[in-house]
Design a protein. Structure first.
Length: 297
């Protein structure tokens, strides 16, 4: 999953730096937003940026459809602590409850759908590597030394370059092996993991701001199903995601299940809020557009 004209939108890192983060900013939105619609869900905010209610329309195969209506509960500091979700606008038949957790600075770090046990974590990827750098990278170590640390769930190895800076972080757990190399111009240059199959590869390149530049993966399951994904990202001068290219092949031994080769361009308004996407599919030469209507006070 965060988010006046000069305020930059951070899409990939989801790193919320403001201690007074509002529901508007947590959704990568800027300015006096009154309502915002995206992917079948419309959010409504008050003038202070608090989420007052939301309506979600869910469709499956154009046959089944239902709406979910949200009622939000705030504490004395106007921070949202719970959301009750209902079947319809009468707010009588409750479906489930969402609870929220914040860090010491008051920034949202987790939301959990209690009855369905679905957890959405915020500030996950980038702060994780910041913690790694803070613990292992900022302290000076002997050149080319290796530090080994054992945890209950995995084993961590850290090696350092000739300047005593963190050069490699390697974590070996019960189901996966993760390796990350740190470069001078990037926070995370390369990662590698093994899950289910030792041939599985995951490569990630980020810039110094923690924004994703390139992602590629090769996954192979025990029954020989294989998937290949390559994604590349471009940002404008303000740090907004401008273009994303995706290539994917998903196939088993006998036939291709799905393939994708497209370029996505992102459109923003004067407040730097995302208001649309254009998907150009190279194989069909077709362009599809997604619009995200927004209303301001």
């Amino acid at each position: 999953m965060k988010y006046v004209v000069t305020l930059l939108l951070v899409l990939v890192s989801t790193n919320l730096l403001a201690t007074d983060a509002t529901d508007v900013s947590m959704r990568n939105l800027n300015g006096p937003v009154k309502s915002y619609s995206k992917d079948g869900e419309t959010f409504y905010f008050d003038k202070s940026g608090n989420l007052t209610h939301a309506i979600r329309s869910t469709k499956f195969d154009l046959i089944f459809k239902w709406n979910e209506y949200y009622i939000h509960i705030f504490d004395k500091k106007k921070k949202r602590i719970k959301t009750n979700v209902f079947k319809d606008s009468s707010f009588k038949d409750q479906l489930y409850t969402i609870e929220y957790k914040y860090d010491k600075k008051g920034v949202l770090k987790e939301s959990k759908e209690v009855e369905r046990d679905v957890v959405s974590n915020y500030n996950v990827t980038t702060p994780f590597w910041k913690d790694v750098l803070s613990k292992y990278g900022r302290k000076k170590h002997k050149p080319n030394s290796v530090i080994k640390e054992i945890h209950k769930t995995d084993t961590i190895y850290c090696s350092y370059n000739e300047r005593g800076e963190l050069a490699l972080y390697k974590s070996i757990g019960p189901v996966a092996c993760v390796e990350v190399s740190f470069g001078k111009d990037t926070m995370m240059r390369f990662s590698n993991f093994h899950l289910l199959n030792e041939n599985n590869k995951l490569n990630v390149i980020c810039n110094s701001k923690g924004q994703l530049l390139e992602y590629s993966s090769f996954m192979e399951t025990p029954n020989a199903d294989t998937s290949i994904t390559i994604e590349r990202y471009k940002y404008n001068d303000q740090g907004l995601l401008e273009e994303k290219s995706i290539y994917g092949d998903y196939y088993n031994v006998t036939y291709t299940i799905h393939d994708m080769d497209c370029i996505i361009t992102y459109k923003y308004d004067l407040w730097n809020n995302l208001v649309g996407e254009e998907w150009y599919h190279k194989n069909t030469k077709q362009t599809n557009r997604k619009d995200y209507p927004i209303e301001y006070y």
